[in-house]
Design a protein around this ligand. Structure first.
Ligand code: PLP
Length: 392
């Protein structure tokens, strides 16, 4: 392959150049096609270059790309109205990445702490949590080793254990302003919060006057078969962040909050590209489709089909549990072969993700067809046959 030295090496990449995407499929420059169950890391909620998003982008690009964040624009207003209508939140701030939305959530909570909670600023987060790659969000992450990477950290993020309410209670003090949680820990390996833990966390936040922040960058926007995953847990958060699928493939994220919490003063928050009409037009087209009740019901049906197929495959090969919700699913392989499996599957024309050495994560387009589900499962079976995996 040609030299790629002019790009910073930030991750090992296969020697392929992708040229085109269409729905569930990606095509490389040689014309090889791949069934894509990564979809830009759960970003292309309607698949690659869906007509409704591509048309919205083309029309908006020809009309107005960015008047500046200090003026209103129609797509941002309409998308904010849609998101507040479909959720329990009152106001929205648009940003460009999940990390940037989470930075905004951290700033909003700290500001609220300064105004209403005697300067409390600590935000309790969780072991193995993932919230992004800026310095503050890396400090909020619970990824092992990240506390020393790029030290010193931003302070104020004590870590509790996920699904362990006593570990949260033990960290609450007069310095605590909020708890920030992923309803399903995504990068940690698709670990769902348990209902009893969610109930206890909600109660604790109410009793101690703490803000509850849900990071739904991965789980929001229909990914779990609900508009937002915290709904299934019965949580009533004060702040929510969205990203990934929100822009239908374009960089777009959002910070949403209840009106009592919206306490930024002029100048506290902003960003050159924040709320630009091009990204918001894409998000509006995608979210009008995705946040529809019938569409979400169809996501849940597709989830059952894929889950049933994975469970059959797991049972016949002695793998472990299938977990997750909607079309954020994971299969525990019970042995550390996920990286090899991902590589062999790619050679066979199926793109998969392995967030852990023993774990496959599936994040197909939310509108994946039954035929694509069947084809992906058949490809997976063939690759597993080739690896001759035996029961652990
Ligand atoms: C991906 C992700 C982020 C970071 O989003 P970026 O757009 O990569 O900054 C934050 N939180 C969660 C839960 C994520 O999955």
């Amino acid at each position: 392959m040609e030299s790629t030295d002019s790009l910073m090496a930030i991750t090992p990449r296969p020697e392929l150049v992708f040229a085109r995407g269409e729905g569930g499929w990606l095509f490389d420059e040689r014309g090889q096609r791949y069934l894509d169950w990564v979809q830009g890391w759960a970003v292309n909620c309607l698949g690659h270059s869906p007509a409704i998003v591509a048309d919205a982008i083309a029309a908006q690009a020809a009309t107005l790309i960015n008047p500046s964040p200090s003026f209103y624009n129609r797509p941002a207003l309409e998308l904010a109205k849609l998101l507040t209508a479909k959720s329990a939140f009152d106001q929205v701030f648009f940003a460009n990445s999940g990390a940037e939305a989470n930075e905004g959530a951290i700033k909003l909570a700290r500001k609220w702490g300064q105004k209403h909670k005697g300067g409390a600023y600590e935000i309790i987060t969780f072991a193995d949590a993932f919230h992004g790659r800026t310095l503050a969000t890396m400090s909020a992450c619970g990824k092992p080793g990240w506390d020393r990477l790029f030290a010193p950290q931003v302070e104020g993020f004590p870590k509790a254990r996920f699904n362990d309410i006593a570990s949260v209670e033990a960290l609450v003090s007069e310095r605590t302003v909020a708890v920030m949680i992923e309803p399903i820990q995504g990068e940690a390996g698709v670990i769902p919060a348990r209902r009893a833990f969610a109930d206890a966390l909600q109660r604790l936040c109410r009793e101690r006057g703490l803000l509850l922040i849900v990071d739904e960058v991965q789980t929001g926007c229909g990914r779990t078969g609900m508009a937002f995953a915290h709904e299934a847990l019965g949580l009533e958060p004060d702040i929510m962040t969205l990203g990934k699928g929100l822009g239908g493939g374009l960089p777009l994220s959002a910070l949403l909050a209840k009106k009592e919490v919206c306490c930024f003063d002029y100048g506290d928050q902003g960003g050159t590209f924040c709320g630009n009409p091009l990204a918001c037009a894409a998000g509006l087209a995608a979210m009008r489709a995705v946040l529809d009740e019938d569409f979400l019901a169809a996501v849940r049906a597709r989830s059952e089909t894929l889950r049933a197929g994975l469970s059959r495959l797991s049972a016949s090969r002695g793998f472990g549990e299938v977990r997750g919700s909607g079309l954020l699913l994971a299969l525990d392989l019970k042995r550390e072969v996920a990286a090899e499996l991902v590589s062999r599957a790619r050679d066979a024309g199926l793109l998969l993700n392995a967030p852990r050495p023993h774990l496959l994560r599936l994040m197909p387009a939310l509108n994946i067809s039954d035929a694509e589900i069947a084809e992906g499962l058949a490809l997976l079976e063939r690759v597993l046959d080739g690896m001759a995996l035996k029961a652990a």
